[in-house]
Design a protein around this ligand. Structure first.
Ligand code: S3P
Length: 345
């Protein structure tokens, strides 16, 4: 009954969506609401917006802003992006769009040269943005409104949205409440810390594949690399995954940074549960791992270069293995856990 108001996905912010993953799956057109989705109500395009739309249009996306506001407001936002250097060939806008009417969602696709299969709507409101996208038959991502203090008519709408969102979360929780949560990502991306925080939250067993292997082998990973070699460690990693796949209870599992490199492991990871890719910038990884002596692969003089190269090489494997990405830069443990909760719990 409420399905028509349900978004395809949720995200904490328009700036935190894994657009690269969407593009690789064939998405080509992005339709955006502006106010409270990209900037505060009535605000001009800021640096963050310029940088996002430069990145998206360079990647190959066409974008279209559709707003129920009048032209001057929409134009001001659009001009801000254009002045900032975003390519206007791939950026369009429609004003007084009358959302949730289908008309302008369709017009946006026509202008962008996309269709229902490769277009996604991103907005912060259920009854206009998401409902309109569902009526048009396109995917939608509901983001959290940027500004918590809204005008009175929006405050009332939020009150009406609340029970629907609760029902939506309830449905998702029921769908996922038996599934394990598996954390993957580069060394130093916080997998163990987030794993332990999720363990507390979900009150279920937590397992760190590295710690498990160390206990089983009776030596540290560094020793294992030195004595038995990396190949033997990688074998042990696959063994752990095979074993975990036989277990049916819900767990939180954090994995070593190289786990998704083997194709067999990528299949096993997916079988295990919901796989979350914690993505951290090379700069932050380098900072966090300064002085670390426990990662044998990084005990080298050109550590910074090695981290950057390894991250680039591993990115496709991380993406292939995971269901979604959480960007960790600048976020607290609590924020990251809340984001994972929002996406799948
Ligand atoms: C490795 C990551 C390490 C550990 C081993 C190899 C890798 O785990 O499994 O040193 O290849 O990235 P963390 O990601 O927990 O540091």
């Amino acid at each position: 009954m409420f399905e028509k108001f349900y978004p395809t996905e949720l995200a904490v912010s328009s700036y935190d969506i894994d657009y690269e993953r969407m593009y690789s799956k064939g998405m080509r057109g992005l339709i955006y609401d502006i106010d409270n989705t990209l900037v505060m109500h009535g605000a001009d395009a800021n640096e963050e917006a310029v940088s996002l739309f430069t990145r998206l249009t360079k990647m190959g996306y066409s974008v279209c802003f559709i707003s129920n506001n009048k032209e001057p407001r929409v134009r001001r936002f659009y001009d801000g992006l254009a002045t900032g250097g975003v390519c206007t060939d791939k950026m369009h806008y429609l004003f007084k769009a009358d959302k949730p009417s289908r008309k302008n969602y369709r017009k946006a696709m026509e202008i962008m040269g996309t269709d229902e299969t490769n277009t996604c709507f991103i907005g912060d409101q259920l009854f206009t943005d998401v409902y309109g996208a569902n009526r048009t038959g396109i995917k939608s991502i509901l983001v959290k409104p940027i500004d918590k203090h809204e005008e009175i008519q929006i405050v009332l709408k939020r009150k009406l949205e609340k029970p629907l969102l609760m029902a939506y979360h309830h449905r998702n929780r029921k769908k996922n409440d038996k599934k394990s949560i598996v954390l993957i990502g580069f060394m130093g991306s916080g997998k163990s810390t987030i794993g332990r925080a999720l363990e507390k939250k979900l009150k279920c067993v937590y397992l760190d594949t590295d710690a498990f292997i160390e206990a089983k082998e009776g030596m540290s990973i560094s020793e294992m690399f030195a004595v038995k070699g990396e190949k033997s460690f990688r074998e042990a990693e696959t063994e752990v995954l095979r074993g975990l796949c036989k277990d049916t209870k819900r767990m939180v599992i954090s994995t070593g940074g190289g786990m998704p490199l083997r194709s067999e492991n990528r299949v096993l990871l997916k079988k295990l549960g919901i796989v979350v890719y914690l993505k951290t910038s090379p700069e932050n990884v380098i900072k966090r791992l300064e002085g670390d002596t426990t990662r044998p692969l990084l005990q080298r003089p050109d550590k910074e270069e090695a981290v950057t190269n390894m991250m680039r090489q591993r990115e496709p494997a991380y993406k292939e293995s995971s269901d979604f990405t959480v960007y960790t830069d600048g976020k607290t443990v609590d924020e990251i856990v809340k984001e994972i909760e929002l996406m799948c719990l």
